[in-house]
Design a protein around this ligand. Sequence first.
Ligand code: ZN
Length: 242
Amino acid sequence: MTYYIISDIHGNLEALTVCLENIEKGPEGKIICLGDIVGYCANPNECVEVIRSKAATVILGNHDESAISDQSLDYFNQYAREAIMWTRDQLTDANMEYLKSLKYTHTENDMIFVHATPYRPEEWNYIFYLGDAELNFRIFQERLCFLGHSHQPVILEKTDSGSIVINRNYNVTLKKESRYIVNVGSVGQPRDQDPRLSFACYNSDTDELEIKRLDYDISVAQEKMRQANLHPFLIQRLALGK
Ligand code: ZN
């Protein structure tokens, strides 16, 4: 089975469209979305509707959660807060209801899928340090964990001797005896200095894993954000990939 794992779309319909067109050209498979469909860019409703029709499984992200609740936005920086308030105004009732139905994790075929971390997924923590990775490898039982949230793709391998290897070669064959945490990066707002959209393609029969990067028309997404009066910082960062 081929799994296409996409995350952090953030209302960027231009990036999502290119991503899905590429997936449709590849082997038939299952699309799993790790959340943050909305927030930051100008097409939250369209992205929710496309994801809903194309993805087999969808996980809740922190921006989705804050867009559907009236919880405090203190956790977010000024730019994210403004974008979430704008998104709350835009979302249709039907799309709000859909986002409310999403769960924090999904497990299937010796894999766990989560937006942020297997350890307390509802706290929206990050895996930035080896200690974070070690903690999380202890928490989940499955062989593979796919996640997003940081918008920075990386493959973390726990070898059978227990050490953790950080792998930034994005086209690998996984080892039978190792376990992995795979950050698939972000479709709609990459932050690893590479503005191309990012997602993962995993073949569970051959154990081949690729994190793909694709160009899309950033200027169209930016123009829509300008029209919507979204913050210039959010508009500029799309082109910078950070
Ligand atoms: Zn995100």
